[in-house]
Design a protein around this ligand. Sequence first.
Ligand SMILES: [Fe+2]
Length: 302
Amino acid sequence: MKLRSIELALPQAAQAAAFMTDVWNLAPAEVRGSTHYLRGTGTQPYLIALEESAAPFVRSTTFVCTAERIARIAAAVSARGLMAKPVVSDDPGGGEGLLVELPEGLILRFLSGVGEVAPLTNRDMPVQLTHCVFNAADAEAMGSAVEDLLDFRVSDRTKAMVFVRCNTSHHSTAFARAGFSSLNHVAFEMDDLDAVMRGIGRLRDHGMTPAWGPGRHGPGDNAFAYYIAPFGAVIEYSTAVEKVPEDYRVGAPEDWTWPPNRIDQWGISDKATAALREAEERFRCRRDWQGAPLDPILEGKA
Ligand SMILES: [Fe+2]
């Protein structure tokens, strides 16, 4: 199982795509209709889809895995009476699988049989997504749901988050104890620490400073720099999160405390808390896909 991509809908998708290529340094993959697909240097056909929409929302977050794993997820979801529907992807890379609506309206898509593309060589571009984090009304319940339904594993708990893994990487998602449901941030994995720092320099050339960072997180041990994109989402340059063994001891909030006035391992980062919070509320999870067809993508793929 691997996190592949996130599909966002938003106003002025073309402008958002221009920022994500010209400044953030993704490469254009394809444009299909009003949807812009952008890729990194890895083998995934795209990492982020930006689709024109009147209001911003998270259409889906896509994981790739085997058909057998999808069948197990389908059985678990149906046993719990949760919403799921078979899906054939018409995004780049194709594939088929299952859309699952988790509690709080978070829609995850699981695909098998997806195509890959030849990697690119450019150490200043993001490689792939390392994690997508969501705000949750009940982060503990969301952590339990993905353990029970999807066979994910909780890696760590902090005062702020429940970190969850779907393979040996410490987390591919996390649920923030926010009191509401929305996209918290999307993290793009860079080659190494130098690539993260050069990314900060490139954004500085464009007049942008990090909303949080640079710094190094506790859980996951990744170096980070968070930005509020002009289109409103919080995006992160990150090094890869640490690999953990199957028997990794689940950390508790008291395992992850900082000395006074410090919020990262290096003790150097400042955080624009209010601005981040506002941005983290912007991309809501869809709650309303039951009943009548809601939009061409969900309708057409069912
Ligand atoms: Fe992150």
